[in-house]
Design a protein around this ligand. Structure first.
Ligand SMILES: C[S@@+](CC[C@H](N)C(=O)[O-])C[C@H]1O[C@@H](n2cnc3c(N)ncnc32)[C@H](O)[C@@H]1O
Length: 390
């Protein structure tokens, strides 16, 4: 069925309105963005489709440059303080990147709406420039560019010939240590990664919005009851959130991780910090909750079983495991680019995966754990799995 000119003109008109006044369309944002993406892939010519594919790493690479070399900062400061655009000559002086190189980079960035072109020698910030200066996206871009991208790029050669590497991460970074050991000797990278972990979901609901922790784990406790053990808890932001949500709850709150991470934790006095390797026997016995956020998606089934077996002996009759991870649907259907991409990224970084509900049931069932409940709290499948001993 061919489209007539009026339909095409209307589509163009509506899309222009979306671009000019996005706030009027927020109620249908998801549907519109999903359809607009599909419209691109169906309407573009094979030649254009190939070009998009060929340069697909460049938005991340050029954003990293624009952040690290203060290009976005300079553009936004000049726009805000002096209401003016910025010349490539001024940027060349500030960044020590040669002007022709900058012009080539900025011209590309303008095609991605990372910046806005005024002339070939003048640029101003776009909406996206401001977004990318947010601390969350600054550390996020640094993490994906510096840590993940070399691992993603090495996946094909890793699958063809491992060459002694255990993961695509090891192959891409020419190292024989896993990601967390690698971070141990790179404090700046570790800072970036853990800051990203701390902030990455700050705009989304959390497990505390769907699980009544007080009722599930906080009844009849004393000051000595271990109520919450955050295993591999990183900076400890979940211990902080729990305390904020339940300021009067009685009991011990314990943050466990590798020693270097604990040194920079953001928790206050009340949280006990404990150096602990989760592949070894859990030393805190009979806790009400052992909480794992984004731990299992870093591990293959064999390692997950080892982590679970390290905890089962510590669990008492009122203990639960709280696993905060993605629980993906078992049926075929539209998937978010984010969750499917994250699954591939976990493959590259750790030979691991994002799991579907049936995979979680098989994994936990294989060590005799019963899933009491799965509570979803985002549209991306973020869920808290409540598991107990059979
Ligand atoms: C993906 S991060 C998640 C951090 C935190 N749970 C969160 O969601 O923000 C994985 C965490 O596991 C920790 N980790 C890695 N291997 C570990 C091990 N063998 N024992 C204890 N913690 C470990 C890392 O240091 C890191 O903090």
């Amino acid at each position: 069925m061919g489209s007539n000119l009026t339909d095409a003109a209307t589509a163009v008109q509506v899309l222009k309105q979306v671009v000019e006044n996005p706030e009027q369309f927020t109620s249908h944002a998801q549907e519109i963005t999903s359809l607009a993406r599909r419209a691109v892939t169906t309407l573009e010519t094979p030649f254009e489709a190939f070009q998009r594919l060929a340069y697909s790493a460049l938005p991340l690479v050029t954003t990293r440059i624009a952040q690290q070399h203060q290009i976005l900062k300079t553009l936004t400061e000049n726009a805000e303080q002096n209401g003016r655009s910025t010349s490539t000559a001024e940027l060349a002086k500030k960044t020590s990147i040669a002007q022709p190189v900058l012009e080539s980079l900025l011209e590309y960035m303008a095609t991605q709406h990372i910046v806005e072109m005024v002339t070939l020698q003048e640029y101003k910030p776009s909406r996206r420039s401001y977004m990318l200066l947010d601390p969350l996206f600054t550390v996020g871009v640094a993490h994906f560019h510096d840590h993940c991208l070399p691992a993603h790029t090495a996946l094909n050669s890793f699958l063809k010939d491992k060459g002694g590497a255990r993961t695509s991460f090891e192959k891409g970074h020419h190292t024989d240590t896993d990601f967390y050991e690698w971070l141990d000797s790179r404090p700046e990278d570790a800072g970036v990664f853990h800051r990203f972990m701390e902030m990455q979901f700050s705009s989304l609901p959390t497990w505390l919005d769907v699980l009544d922790f007080g009722a599930e784990c906080g009844r009849d406790t004393t000051a000595d009851t271990p109520i919450f053990v955050d295993v591999g808890g990183g900076n400890g932001q979940q211990c902080v959130s729990l305390q904020q949500r339940y300021p009067d709850i009685k009991g011990r709150i314990v943050l466990q991780d590798r020693p270097r991470i604990l040194a920079n934790a953001i928790t206050g006095e009340r949280v006990e910090k404990m150096d602990y390797d989760f592949f070894t026997e859990q030393p805190v016995k009979d806790a009400r909750a052992y909480y794992f956020r984004q731990i299992f998606h870093n591990n293959d089934d064999e390692s997950c079983i080892q982590i679970l077996k390290s905890h089962i002996p510590a669990m008492g009759p009122s203990s639960v495991l709280l696993i905060d991870d993605k629980v993906l649907a078992d049926d075929a259907g539209e998937r978010a680019e984010y969750t499917s991409g994250l699954g591939v990224s976990m493959l590259c970084m750790f030979n691991a995966l994002e799991r579907r509900e049936s995979q979680w049931r098989n994994l936990l069932g294989s060590v005799g754990l019963r899933i009491k409940d799965i509570k979803r709290f985002t549209k991306f499948g973020d869920s808290v799995i409540v598991a107990a001993k059979d």
